[in-house]
Design a protein around this ligand. Structure first.
Ligand code: SAM
Length: 259
């Protein structure tokens, strides 16, 4: 039974980290005319209202994108996706990763989105309809393995689990390895939370053994409230585009200023 709902956390500092790297990567990929495929295994609902009671209750966006928005100049692809979402869906609208992809990709690109939670899936279908995305109410990891290597072969997969199931930390690296073997030219990003307990550490060790050349980028930030277990955000990047390190270095500096 899935209980995680990203609406409580949309626009937090982990989203800022993940979405900035995603937007930068898609921007690099779309500099070439060639069409590409975007696959997302854990898509969420795609569109969030930062004034919804759930978002207001945690205050995570207020301590996230509300303070980080000025880190990104108007020309930055993350800013462009934020602005396009607000223009089309209202001033409190925040794009999840599927909408960031929807805004930055082109009609010739293919978008595949998986979401298992019934309400989140229904909301995702509605939010992503303008982009012509294929939306699946299926397990995202199994679906990604079934459609990869995709057509077009060029492109990326984002794996952004909620880590609700403890065994995720064991199964996900194995699936990432399988996916990389099936789609060796694919860019694969795996997001993970940095929790006080350090659950991500054995997962990272396994991923480094599978793919020693993967780039790992982590940022730290103060817990959003007393007792909150998340102290940072990490991204494993397999086959990242040339140039991504300019953005990872820039983000490292910006997050450091948070103290
Ligand atoms: N990627 C989204 C974003 O950045 O806007 C947020 C996704 S949220 C962290 C994780 C989502 O994965 C939740 O909506 C949850 O319902 C969904 N989920 C959990 N297990 C899943 C599975 N096995 N397959 C597909 N979706 C799953």
């Amino acid at each position: 039974m899935l209980s995680y709902q990203h609406l409580y956390h949309a626009g937090n500092l982990a989203d800022v980290h993940k979405h900035a790297l995603l937007a930068t990567t898609l921007d690099y990929l779309t500099r070439k005319d060639k069409p590409l495929t975007y696959v997302e295994t854990h898509a969420g609902r795609g569109l969030y209202d930062l004034t919804a009671p759930e978002a207001m209750k945690t205050g995570e966006a207020a301590k996230g994108i509300a303070i980080a928005a000025n880190w990104f100049p108007a020309t930055h692809p993350y800013s462009r996706a934020l602005a396009a979402t607000r223009d089309q869906r209202g001033p409190a609208a925040y794009p999840g990763s599927p909408l960031i992809a929807g805004h930055l990709l082109r009609e010739t690109d293919s978008i595949h989105l998986c979401e298992l939670h019934p309400q989140e899936h229904a909301a995702l279908e509605y939010a992503s309809a303008p982009f012509g995305a294929k939306v699946y109410h299926e397990d995202g990891l199994a679906k990604a393995l079934s459609i990869c290597p995709p057509t077009p072969r060029r492109g990326m997969a984002l794996i952004d689990p909620s880590y609700e199931v403890k065994t995720d930390y064991e199964t996900i690296p194995r699936v990432v390895g399988q996916l990389h073997r099936k789609w060796n030219v694919g860019i694969i990003y795996l997001w993970y939370p940095i929790l006080r307990e350090g659950y991500h550490k054995p997962m990272l060790a396994e991923l480094r053994a599978i793919q020693p050349e993967a780039l790992v980028h982590e940022v730290r930030f103060p817990p959003v409230r007393d007792g909150h277990r998340m102290e940072g955000s990490g991204m494993v990047m397999i086959n990242p585009p040339f140039g991504i390190e300019t953005e990872t270095k820039r983000l490292t500096g910006l997050f450091r200023k948070l103290g």
